[in-house]
Ligand binder design. Structure first.
Ligand SMILES: Cc1ncc(COP(=O)(O)O)c(C=O)c1O
Length: 402
């Protein structure tokens, strides 16, 4: 096989997840005994609620869960997800429109695989979650980033979308609340974007995984609810990870028109089959239960959000727009680039993040990972004391810049 690449071009082109890479580096330093504070992880620092864990323990003992089950999900879970969607966002769907996936990530992957043909363009507002562009490309699609900035609250406008539109545009990948910026679109803006997509015959894949993590006066709106006519060209992604502190359980779902869900189910039947039944039973307990545990997490995140934003904005050379949802702050470090710091001159936020990790033992994810050089993402899903200590260390280090 001389001259033939060992790894396919398609897979060689996939970039490593920068968030996981930073997390791994921080964890390796910790394991070596270093006192590292990690703002990298995108997961709640709370345990999964006890009643969910109990449901899983009981499911382990039930032989029905030891066998293959339908690819699209346990029938009772699909019904519960349909009911939950109506309860939480007013979205009315039947259970046949729900496909249970291995986390929200598989739902993103399958939505792109089902909708995109080679060469189809997908509009992707930037800053974007690091997985989106790789997934679009893996499906053969062409990523068309639509840059937004802190000045407009990191929310994309209709005129920006229109400017990016071509005859090859097939879909818009939309998320609110946003990872990495924490932006939450008001219902009126979601409606305008939905109507724009409808008018141009564009599919919308809308990621609602942070639906319950909104703060202050912000409220969550679901695009196919505010624009019901869009339902036939809209796929909603969601999951248990962020709402119920269940990142490790790997249960998400996609909701869409029957043909899309059937195609996704076909695909999944040839790849991963049904999601682990024990995890599905845990998800059933989560989505059919109350949101009390989520409310407790939300109030802790809200408190940390206010702390981190005010501490970051107190650092000369750093500015941070107030995030209204999810659990990320996305400050600009642009004013710090090109300055001398401990014998190094960081020119990019990649350089700066590595310098902050080396010199202050604090892990942040550089904006390059999200298509937004000059910024960095700090998850505030960590303990209050660590949060204060971590941002203080960054402030002290940056104060030395000349
Ligand atoms: C915007 C967004 N969508 C989807 C996911 C996928 O979550 P999971 O695969 O853990 O359910 C994440 C996780 O970080 C995310 O931030």
């Amino acid at each position: 096989m001389a001259g033939v690449a060992r790894i396919s071009r398609r897979i060689s082109a996939v970039a490593e997840s920068a968030t996981l890479a930073i997390d791994a580096k921080a964890k390796a330093l910790k394991a070596a005994g270093e006192n590292v504070i990690g703002f990298g992880a995108g997961e709640p620092d709370f345990p999964t609620p006890a009643h969910v864990v109990e449901a899983a323990a009981a499911a382990c003992r039930d032989p029905r869960n030891h066998k293959y089950t339908p690819t699209a999900g346990l029938p009772e879970l699909r019904v519960a997800i349909a009911e939950k969607s109506l309860r939480d966002s007013g979205l009315s769907v039947d259970a046949g429109q729900v496909l249970v996936t291995n986390g929200g990530k598989q739902a993103v992957e399958q939505a792109c695989a089902v909708l995109l043909d080679p060469g189809d363009e997908a509009l992707l507002p930037a800053p974007y979650w690091t997985t989106y562009p790789e997934t679009i490309r893996l499906a053969g699609g062409v990523v068309v980033p639509v840059p937004t900035s802190g000045a407009t609250g990191f929310r994309v406008t209709i005129s920006q979308l229109s400017a990016a539109l071509t005859p090859r545009t097939k879909m818009l990948l939309f998320v609110s609340p946003s990872n990495p910026t924490g932006a939450v679109y008001p219902a009126a803006e979601i409606e305008a974007i939905g109507r724009w997509a409808l008018a141009h015959g564009i599919w919308v894949v809308t990621d609602e995984i942070y639906e319950h993590l909104v703060y202050g006066s912000a409220t969550q709106a679901s695009m196919p609810v505010v624009v019901p006519e869009l339902a036939d060209q809209c796929v909603v992604l969601n999951g248990t990870a962020k709402t119920y502190a269940m990142t490790g359980w790997r249960v998400g779902w996609m909701i869409g028109p029957r043909d899309v869900v059937d195609a996704g189910t076909n695909l999944q039947s040839q790849t991963t089959s049904n999601v682990c039944n024990v995890a599905q039973q845990a998800a059933l307990a989560a989505v059919s239960g109350d949101l009390d545990a989520t409310a407790v997490m939300r109030s802790a995140f809200d408190r940390r959000r206010r702390t981190i934003v005010s501490m970051l904005n107190d650092i000369p050379g750093v500015s941070c727009v107030e995030p209204e949802g999810a659990f990320y702050a996305f400050p600009s470090f642009e004013a710090m680039l090109g300055r001398s710091l401990r014998g190094r001159v960081p020119r990019t936020t990649l350089d700066l993040a590595s310098l902050i990790l080396d010199e202050a033992r604090v892990a942040v994810v550089p904006g390059e990972a999200f298509g937004a050089p000059g910024y960095a993402r700090l998850s505030y899903a960590l303990g209050d004391d660590d949060l204060v200590e971590g941002v203080s260390r960054i402030g002290k280090l940056l104060a030395e810049a000349s």
